[in-house]
Design a protein around this ligand. Structure first.
Ligand code: ASP
Ligand code: MG
Length: 408
């Protein structure tokens, strides 16, 4: 029988009443004749709440102990979801990440999956059960409990889909797919029907909350199709791009067009002239290199500028103290955000960079730095200007439908 993996985000299981809706959707999928594996996130804001609780005990909580704490969130929802399915007459069993065979490296807080050994999951599927897996967690070769970084339940789902040879992997949340910008910020934002792995990865790494970046990396490697869909909506029909977003190989696209605008508010800018020492401190702190750019664009200092995502950094005051000790004149700017435009080939000429920079300047939005890849242009702006910049760039590159830049 074909296997389908479904992941339900925290908002889909925010309170007890919501478990029933999710359980009903799972039962509908099962009745279509699929073997179903469900990956579930922690309820609502549980992960944030647990983090806040840890901060009340310690300003710089130990990473291993944080993993022990945070992994409890998904453990609660897996058990409750399994119970909800049983209430509807389904036969479900829940497993922790470790029981499901999610093997990671030994890096706490943002571990990477190295291998999936889903033997117990397969055994239970063979018995006709619906298997509910706790997202966001695994176990290292040293038998330590690890977590996969914020948003890591997506990674669990895609990795599980790859290991089981699933037909597809559904990522279900309170939005019905990936949008050209956050619809809460840009009212004209539109759902995108089909995205390539690379576009989705860049969107995720630029701060779009819909899909976790590492999960997309996994899907790309194994060629798994991801369907981003609304929990409250229908299960996938013949063309899942009609009421959701499909992420797959080779989305048809005009080269040079912007597919989306994403932003991240929780970034930190550090400037120092002592480069190698600074990078060593970052590594000592397990500081995620996910959104790390090095440039010497700072206007008033020709040192090195490092931009890092604060998402998985939970010991920032300790890091700041170490940094100041290493370089007393190091600059620590915690008041900025990053705004990015994404699209294959958008850097084939400097047209987009120029147009975007000019528009920001004309609107009085100062930018402190700029970074590009072949799929992305990122501007660093004041944190309180992030949303205004997103609306401006969305208007310029997506709503105005300006002509595609000819490839030179
Ligand atoms: N509960 C974790 C988080 O909030 C993992 C997830 O939801 O994907 O980041
Ligand atoms: Mg969550």
């Amino acid at each position: 029988m074909s296997v389908v993996v479904q992941k339900y985000g925290g908002s889909s299981v925010a309170d007890a009443s919501k478990f029933r809706l999710v359980a009903e959707r799972i039962m509908r999928t099962k009745k279509e004749g699929h073997d179903v594996v469900v990956v579930v996130s922690a309820m609502g804001d549980t992960t944030d709440d647990l983090l806040a609780l840890a901060k009340q005990i310690s300003a710089n909580p130990d990473r291993r102990e944080l993993d022990m704490l945070l992994s409890a969130g998904e453990r609660i929802s897996m058990a409750l979801l399994s119970m909800a399915i049983r209430e509807l007459g389904g036969d479900a069993i829940s497993f922790t990440g470790s029981q499901s065979g999610i093997i990671t490296n030994d890096r706490h807080i943002d571990a990477r999956i190295i291998e999936v050994r889903p033997f117990r999951v397969q055994d239970e599927l063979a018995r006709g059960k619906i298997v509910v897996v706790a997202g966001y967690q695994g176990v290292s070769y040293r038998k330590e409990i690890t977590t996969l970084g914020r948003g890591g339940s997506d990674t669990t789902a895609v990795a599980m889909a790859a290991a089981l040879g699933a037909e597809w992997c559904e990522i279900c949340s309170d939005v019905d797919g990936v949008y050209t910008a956050d619809p809460r910020v840009v009212s004209a934002a539109k759902r995108i029907g089909v995205l390539s792995y690379e576009e989705t990865q860049e969107l995720a790494e630029s701060g779009a909350k819909v899909l976790n970046a590492q999960a997309v990396e996994f899907a790309k490697e194994k060629g798994i199709a991801i369907y981003a869909r609304a929990t409250a909506g229908a299960i996938p029909g013949k063309d899942p791009s009609l009421d959701g977003t499909i992420v797959r190989k080779l989305a048809p696209r005009l080269p040079g067009s912007v597919v989306g605008v994403a932003s991240e508010k929780e970034v930190l800018l550090i400037q120092s002239r002592k480069v190698s020492g600074l990078l060593r401190i970052m590594d000592d702190f397990g500081c995620p290199g996910k959104q790390l750019h090095i440039s010497s664009m700072a206007r008033d200092q020709d040192g090195v500028t490092l931009v890092i995502s604060k998402e998985n950094l939970h010991q920032s005051s300790k890091l700041q103290a170490h940094l100041t000790q290493h370089d007393p004149v190091a600059l620590w700017n915690d008041a900025i955000g990053a705004v990015s435009i994404i699209g294959a080939g958008i850097n084939a000429s400097h047209n987009k960079v120029r147009a975007g920079s000019q528009a920001l300047e004309q609107s009085g939005i100062r930018y402190y730095g700029l970074a590009t890849s072949s799929f992305r242009v990122t501007w660093l702006v004041d944190r309180e200007k992030v949303e205004e910049a997103v609306r401006l760039l969305h208007g310029l590159f997506i709503e105005s439908k300006e002509p595609v830049v000819p490839l030179e």
